[in-house]
Design a protein around this ligand. Structure first.
Ligand SMILES: [Zn+2]
Length: 452
């Protein structure tokens, strides 16, 4: 748990603590607060003193760039461009909303990169109704994350170009969690303060521009947990493409592994077992609209708009089966395919065959289902949540070790003693963490002697 917490903090706490920010000037304070306090609904607008302080300091004369964010990776780029301009209101948003805004701002939904009313911008039944009760045309809205409201860190800005009252139906279809009935919504330009997706989108575009007929594949997974078949699929994609983009999606399953842990395991796999230039991870794990991985059309639209020309799905995916049964989704994807905008590749189910003794597809192995071991994430999670190390044919030992050590922190009373007495150590006693313990344990499980 400790390292989970660390991860969470590492992600959420990228920025300066309030004390770091609030060193700058103080005189513009009064005017700024008056703007903010004109605003109405307390639930929507953060009038907290801390938030106002932060705002004041970030826009004090000559100091308005968020230069205190220098402890953030890639900060130099972010800090140069991120002058926080004057704004009129602060709105709290969720991480999911920030992720959706970043996708819109980077053209992930095609058409516009700005927030527009549903008639002008929608994708696969999703629209972009973003509520702000008191916003007026010409205003600038500053957005901060709910959990960071006390710090008042501004994560995005919206320059309002128009306001409108959305219908109840439109609100239901909004990607944003802040969409509320009876409340005005805004159209406007979006600016994300630290936009990781922007860098990734630029990288993809660069590769596309450099090659004559670039092949860019996309694969969506919630990596819950990432296992050997995922790896097999990704390797297949990498062999066939110039760049493979792995999108990490959210999951709403109650027993899901924490997003930070899923991301960490996926990053570990990519960094240690794949060629870095050929694969890219785009983190959409906060975007709750993908919660059940049930929107293949939306996945294709995002992949296409960010530059991919092929999306790979597993054939066993229940929503894909559904999708091939026909219906509206089928038609939309067909159209995309017909126009040559995107190619959809359905991979057959992969299993471990005890006769072939390797990972095979059900299409190319002759031995039949009774010799096959299936890869069901649900079962792997059941083992992991029970504290059992899944066999290495399912998952890499480093990954299951990483997951178990986070799910069961400080599980053994005297880990060091257990480690030193269980495993051969060549007389050198070193300290080992729990993750190493599981890896060593797996090594012993796999020892071929005394098998029966
Ligand atoms: Zn076989």
């Amino acid at each position: 748990m400790a390292s989970q917490e660390k991860n969470r903090r590492a992600r959420s706490g990228k920025i300066s603590s309030p004390s770091k920010i609030s060193r700058a000037g103080t005189n513009s304070r009064a005017s700024g607060i008056s703007h903010v306090s004109e605003a109405t609904s307390a639930s929507e607008i953060t009038c907290a003193n801390d938030a106002s302080d932060t705002f004041q300091t970030t826009r004090a004369a000559g100091t308005s760039r968020t230069a205190k964010t220098t402890d953030v990776p890639k900060a130099s780029r972010a800090t140069k461009s991120e002058r926080i301009p004057k704004f009129h209101r602060i709105i709290e948003i969720s991480r999911s909303d920030l992720s959706a805004l970043s996708l819109v701002a980077n053209g992930g939904f095609g058409g516009s990169r700005a927030l527009l009313r549903p008639k002008k911008l929608s994708a696969a039944g999703i629209n972009f109704v973003f509520s702000c009760a008191e916003a007026k045309k010409g205003e600038t809205l500053a957005l901060s994350l709910k959990e960071e409201a006390a710090g008042g860190k501004i994560v995005a800005l919206i320059e309002v170009t128009d306001v409108y009252l959305p219908s109840a139906d439109e609100i239901k279809g909004s990607i944003f969690q802040n969409a509320r009935a009876g409340v005005n919504a805004v159209e406007g330009e979006i600016r994300i303060v630290e936009d990781e997706l922007k860098d990734k989108a630029l990288q993809i575009r660069k590769i596309k521009n450099e090659l004559q007929s670039p092949k860019i594949s996309a694969f969506f997974t919630c990596a819950d947990p990432i296992h050997r078949v995922h790896e097999r699929l990704m390797r297949h994609m990498i062999d066939k493409a110039d760049l493979t983009v792995i999108f990490l999606t959210a999951t709403a399953k109650p027993d899901a592994l924490p997003a930070a842990l899923r991301k960490k395991a996926l990053e570990y796999l990519l960094e240690n077992f794949f060629v870095a230039q050929r694969v890219m991870l785009i983190d959409l794990s906060e975007l709750e609209i993908f919660s059940d991985h049930d929107k293949p059309v939306l996945e294709c639209i995002i992949a296409k708009n960010l530059g991919a020309n092929k999306v790979v799905f597993g054939q066993k995916h229940k929503h894909i089966e559904l999708f091939f049964d026909g219906g509206g989704m089928h038609t939309i994807l067909d159209e995309l395919q017909k126009r040559g905008e995107i190619e959809i590749l359905l991979m057959p189910e992969y299993v471990y065959c005890e006769k072939c003794k390797v990972l095979v597809s059900v299409k190319n192995c002759p031995h039949g289902g009774h010799h096959h071991v299936h890869y069901r994430t649900q079962n792997l999670k059941t083992l992991l949540h029970a504290g059992i190390l899944p066999p290495a044919i399912f998952m890499r030992k480093e990954i299951s070790a990483m997951i178990l050590s986070e799910l069961f922190p400080a599980r053994f009373e005297n880990l060091q003693k257990l480690y030193d007495e269980l495993f051969p150590n060549g007389g050198i006693l070193q300290s080992h963490d729990e993750s190493e313990f599981y890896e060593q344990l797996m090594q012993l499980y796999q020892t071929s002697a005394l098998k029966t």
